[in-house]
Design a binder for this molecule. Structure first.
Ligand code: URA
Length: 363
C-alpha cells in the first residue's frame, strides 16, 4: 500500500489540504496518509525526525498554494529559505532520497522557477506538477490518485496485470476444479444436483482478479445457469461494484457452497465438503483481497486463516480491513454484509455501499 506524505504550509494551503486528504482517503488507507509531524519529542533532532518520517513514505505530495514562496516569518524573512523550515526539509529530504515527489498546485498557484528556490529544492522544478482546480477538484484528485497508484507498482495490495500465458494457465486450472466438482459423487449435494438437472457453480470473473468475493451458496437460478449471483442479490452486487467503478469481469465471484442446497442455510458437512474446492480457487487466483459476503463466508475465511477475529460477528466486523498472509503473500480480508440482507432495507444498503468504498483502496 503506498504511503503518502502530504507536505504543505498551513498559512498557504490549509483549506485545500483537508479536502485533498478526504479525497485521497477514498483511495488509500488513512493510516498510510501522513500530514503533520507534530509529536517531535523534546531534545530530539527535528531534522532527523522529519527525514525519517519522509523516508518511511513512497510518495511526497508538495502542496503549493499562492503564498507558498512568499510566506515570511516575524522578521520578514522568507520561510522557504530558512535552514530550519519544515516544508523545505521534508521536500529536500524526499528529493535527496529519490522518492516520488509530486508538486500539487492549488489556488491557481504556478510552479516556482529554480532561481526563486534554495539550492536543495531546485530539482523540484523538474517534477511534473498536478493542478487541483476548484471546479474539478474531485476529478483532479482522481487523476492524482491514479498517477500515484501506477507509479508505486511494488505495492503488495495491487497485482501486476498477468500476461496471457498466466491468464490461460489460471483459467485452465479453474476448469479442472469445475471438472472435479462435476464428478464429485461423494458430495452431500450431488444427488440433489443430478435429480434437479442443476449445474455446480464454481464462480465466474477474472481468473487473475485482485478481489475475490465469496458468498453463501448458489440459489435455484444460479444452479440452473451454472453462474453465481444472477438473481436479485446479483443485481445488488452489480450495483455496488458499479458504484466503485468495477464490473463482474474485473473481480471473481464464488460461494462457500458450490452447489444449490435447497432453500435453507448450508450445513456444516456441506461447508466441510466444499472447503477444499474453495481453497483451490483462492490458490489459483491469488487475490490481494478476499471480500466475504455474509456471515457464512466471513466465518469460513476467518477460521481458515485462524485470525483473531474468527469469533467476531458480522455486525462488528463488516467494512474492516483485516490484514494477514497467505503462502503467496499479504492479503486483506474485508467482511461485507450479504447483498440479500439489503434487498429490503435502504439503511442496510447504505452501509453496504459505504463498506464497498473500502475496496477502492485496492483498485
Ligand atoms: N446468494 C449467494 O450467496 N450466492 C449466489 O450465488 C447467489 C445468491
Amino acid at each position: 500500500m503506498s504511503r503518502i506524505f502530504i507536505n504543505y504550509r498551513r498559512q498557504d494551503s490549509e483549506g485545500y489540504v483537508g479536502r485533498l486528504y478526504d479525497h485521497l482517503a477514498q483511495h488509500f488507507q488513512r493510516d498510510h496518509l501522513f500530514m503533520d509531524v507534530d509529536d517531535i519529542p523534546p531534545g530530539a533532532d527535528f531534522v532527523q525526525v522529519l527525514e525519517e518520517a519522509v523516508a518511511g513514505c513512497d510518495v511526497l505530495i508538495a502542496v503549493i498554494g499562492p503564498a507558498w514562496l512568499t510566506c515570511t516569518d516575524d522578521a520578514g524573512e522568507r520561510r522557504l529559505h530558512q535552514w530550519n523550515d519544515f516544508v523545505r526539509i521534508e521536500i529536500a529530504s524526499a528529493l535527496k532520497h529519490n522518492k516520488l515527489v509530486i508538486p500539487v498546485l492549488v489556488g491557481r498557484a504556478r510552479m516556482p522557477s529554480p532561481h526563486d528556490l534554495p539550492d536543495d529544492l531546485h530539482p523540484l522544478c523538474r517534477r511534473n506538477a498536478v493542478e487541483l482546480s476548484h471546479q474539478r477538484f474531485s476529478y483532479d484528485v482522481e487523476k492524482l490518485a491514479a498517477a500515484i497508484k501506477s507509479a508505486v507498482p511494488a505495492n503488495p495490495s495491487f497485482k501486476r496485470r498477468a500476461d496471457s500465458d498466466t491468464l490461460r494457465r489460471k483459467a485452465d486450472a479453474l476448469k479442472v476444479v469445475r471438472d472435479d466438482l462435476v464428478n464429485a459423487t461423494t458430495s452431500p449435494l450431488y444427488s440433489f444436483r443430478v435429480e434437479n438437472r442443476h449445474f455446480p457453480v464454481i464462480g465466474d470473473g477474472s481468473p487473475d482478479a485482485n478481489i475475490v468475493f465469496i458468498g453463501e451458496a448458489p440459489g435455484k437460478n444460479e444452479a440452473a445457469a451454472g453462474r453465481p449471483f444472477i438473481g436479485p442479490s446479483g443485481q445488488v452486487l452489480d450495483e455496488m461494484l458499479a458504484a466503485i467503478g468495477l464490473k463482474r469481469e474485473d473481480v471473481f465471484v464464488t460461494n462457500v457452497l458450490l452447489d444449490f442446497p435447497g432453500k435453507r442455510d448450508p450445513l456444516p458437512e456441506e461447508l466441510a465438503f466444499y472447503a477444499p474446492f474453495v481453497d483451490r480457487i483462492i490458490d489459483i487466483i491469488q487475490p490481494a483481497v478476499i471480500a466475504t459476503l455474509g456471515g457464512f463466508a466471513m466465518t469460513y475465511i476467518l477460521r481458515k486463516l485462524d485470525l483473531p477475529e474468527k469469533r467476531g460477528k458480522i455486525g462488528q466486523l463488516h467494512g474492516k480491513l483485516i490484514k494477514t498472509r497467505l503462502p503467496y503473500g499479504e492479503i486483506h480480508v474485508v467482511p461485507l454484509y450479504h447483498p440479500a440482507v439489503v434487498l429490503y432495507s435502504a439503511s442496510q444498503k447504505a452501509i453496504l455501499r459505504q463498506d464497498f468504498e473500502k475496496l477502492k483502496l485496492f483498485l
